[in-house]
Ligand binder design. Sequence first.
Ligand SMILES: NC(=O)c1ccc[n+]([C@@H]2O[C@H](COP(=O)([O-])OP(=O)(O)OC[C@H]3O[C@@H](n4cnc5c(N)ncnc54)[C@H](OP(=O)(O)O)[C@@H]3O)[C@@H](O)[C@H]2O)c1
Length: 325
Amino acid sequence: MQSRPLGSTGREVSEIGFGAWQIGADWGDVEEDAAMATLHAAADAGVTFFDTADVYGDGRSERLVGRLLREREGITVATKMGRRLDQTVENYSPEHFRAWNDRSRENLGVETLDLVQLHCPPTDLYYRPEVFEDLEAMVEEGRIAAYGVSVERVEEALKAIEYPNVATVQIIFNAFRQRPAELFFAEAARREVGIIVRVPLASGLLSGKYTRETAFAADDHRNYNRQGEAFDVGETFAGVPFEVGLDAVEELRALVPEGATLAQLALRWILMHDAVSTVIPGARSPEQALGNAEAAALPALDDDAMARIAAVYAERIAPHVRQRW
Ligand SMILES: NC(=O)c1ccc[n+]([C@@H]2O[C@H](COP(=O)([O-])OP(=O)(O)OC[C@H]3O[C@@H](n4cnc5c(N)ncnc54)[C@H](OP(=O)(O)O)[C@@H]3O)[C@@H](O)[C@H]2O)c1
């Protein structure tokens, strides 16, 4: 497993990380023992970066990652805050920040959080410099070592990195969401801002294992957020209509190298972009966590494969997503 610098945090993290939303809630049931086994499988495979949030299972995900922190060495944890109340600009206040921060520090069992990300705040928040000044104050208070943002839109990412100490941006980027690579990646690299890539498998679509008949559990957002009923529809299948995605995936199958999986191809495609610091696939089992970590060992994709993935995106996917995020 190779490491890459995590923006201006001074940390090096594994290029394949781990997304811990699945072990919190919203993806169907994952028992506690299975969750811990999944976290350890990732760590055993060389993963050193774990992404969570205070709202995943209302703190369950943070508490499980906190257990991992006590059981393993050399792990960097990024959490998020900002969704425990309505996402109005007023709620991103110094008092709320400190209350949320206290709770995350307790859940994770640490004095200082390695990295805290604003959890997809409203666009207007990026035009409130006082919020970023307050995050600076929290660094000085020793509550957080660094801060970043998790964004929905490319334009939010570009605005966020105008604040000089935003260390990282978390953004959706995958074979079905290619626009971040057009302008944002170069700007982030120029400013030494780390890029954390989420939803790398388009909520599992890019694993190629679903069919038109696949049914998701009632407590799985791939059932209840298909039209954006609960949160931004771009977080579910990267905003690609399910059946459009299924057809596009069929065209990618031929590119999978011998002995590899479609999910691994999808993750390796992301790692072809040097501006990316780490990719955080979510996993619900040790097998998934291990398979994802092993994507780092795949050889680089050749020009033909890269061109084919660009063409499938341009022809089938871009009309559905490119102008939305
Ligand atoms: N607003 C935000 O900041 C935000 C939003 C979304 C996600 N995130 C973060 O990003 C992480 C990743 O994104 P995501 O969870 O939305 O989507 P994702 O990583 O694109 O997809 C995860 C799903 O892919 C399937 N999968 C994973 N590994 C697999 C493998 N090796 N083989 C086959 N299938 C595999 C699993 O589906 P099955 O469950 O069907 O097995 C899994 O639940 C989250 O855990 C979270 O940490 C942050």
